[in-house]
Design a protein around this ligand. Structure first.
Ligand code: S3P
Length: 169
């Protein structure tokens, strides 16, 4: 299978890189959060508020199962996709899985003005620290990781394309 799946904490650039890859490779780009917003007709904040996080995780799981039926697409996941190992196992079988990483300082800087992420409402810095701590071992399991701190999105996309060309051979 030839999909490219982008995983990583909020603010690591999954959507940005996904869009660049889409332009460069001319294959479809699917942003999972956008698909869920489209399906429910609600922003992510509102889904969490009305139905709760568990419901959102179920939607993520269902969408993962649908997406792995297709080939040759770039998929940008939500930061919490790693919370269910089944999602990761499915994606690993469906193509090239890349984990984008960033230092906590960079993540805080990138998300400073963001109000759209329900898990960061309130004391944002503390929430980022706690979530990163909780999830570090889950992102750590993804074999291919790319540090995004001091490198441009274009360069990151080029690195991913090199990996992609290898698996397509
Ligand atoms: C989440 C990350 C968000 C979104 C939701 C939950 C998480 O996606 O799916 O707010 O649990 O880390 P991004 O990583 O695209 O911000």
């Amino acid at each position: 299978m030839n999909n490219i799946i982008l995983i990583g904490f909020m603010g690591t650039g999954k959507t940005t890189i996904g869009k660049i890859l889409h332009k460069k490779l001319q294959i479809p780009f699917i942003d999972m959060d956008s698909k869920i917003i489209e399906y429910t007709g609600k922003p992510i904040n509102k889904i969490f508020e009305d139905e709760g996080e568990l419901y959102f995780r179920k939607l993520e799981r269902e969408l993962t199962k649908q997406l792995i039926q297709q080939n040759n697409q770039i998929i940008s996941t939500g930061g919490g996709i790693v919370l269910n190992q089944d999602n990761i196992n499915d994606f690993m079988e469906s193509g090239l899985v890349i984990c984008l990483c960033a230092s906590i300082e960079t993540i805080i800087k990138r998300l400073k003005n963001d109000e759209s992420r329900p898990l960061l409402l309130g004391n944002k810095i503390k929430k980022i620290e706690d979530l990163l701590n909780d999830r570090e071992h889950l992102y750590g399991k993804i074999p291919i990781k790319i540090e995004t701190d001091n490198i441009s999105p274009q360069e990151i996309a080029s690195i991913i394309i090199k990996h992609y060309e290898q698996i397509k051979r």
